[in-house]
Ligand binder design. Sequence first.
Ligand SMILES: [Fe+2]
Ligand SMILES: [Fe+2]
Length: 278
Amino acid sequence: MIPAYVLVERVEALPTLPEAVARLSAMLRDESASAADFETAVRPDPAVTANLLRAANSAFDRGMGRVGTVREAVARIGLRRVFEVAIGTSLRRSLPVRIPGYGLDAPSFWLHCTATAVFAEALGREAKLASMEIAFTAGLLHDVGKLIIGQFLAEETPESNWWTFGAIAAERELLGSDHARVGEEIAARWRLPPLIGEVCRWHHEPFAAPGREEIDLAAAVKAADALAYRVGFPGGPRVDESIAPEVEARLGLTVDRMVQLAEASKDEVRRMSDLTSS
Ligand SMILES: [Fe+2]
Ligand SMILES: [Fe+2]
């Protein structure tokens, strides 16, 4: 069992997202924010800026001039994509080489996060969810609690037993907490929109979420998570690729249609993962 204060200490020891991302997150909700405001927020971070320009230049080929400033990038790919690339770049940069306890290296973990993000966005769009705008970021962050829970799993159990984890109940039994709860805690400390924290918290049990919007988005992320395992981007040693009929009904999409969407988005997963990895 992890004492609560130890958990808090570890969460606090995680690198915080740069100020730029916190400011972008606030601006996303502020309709009066302009492209110039974004440029001011992002400029101090060269890696984020470089990836934004790459994103904008790779989004449309031929026939359009090259984008050279953050302001032009916002105009070309939109504010939301700018935020997604910024947060992805920051998060990717803060990953340890290996995610202990789950037997994953950073590139595999990142592919899983990115796949869940891309698929959650595709499902959200298809299901016409009100919260579709935030689906990508929620998917990207859904397993962020694994960064902390994995450290404890690695300390408490020999590597030969790591395959048993991934199941939330096993984490709870061994540690008294799980990666979903810790994920919510991290999202709050990073001052992300509350809905993102709720999705981290409920992505394994969406129907326990507190409201309609939370259930919808948590269901989409749960399905996206399962699809990531199905199409080759696993997020842990334990395969969990089932999609419950309740989730199908909630989203109004069949599993077959979801798999089709995921298969069609695999290139986008690799592209977004590459874009945020340098
Ligand atoms: Fe998870
Ligand atoms: Fe996952």
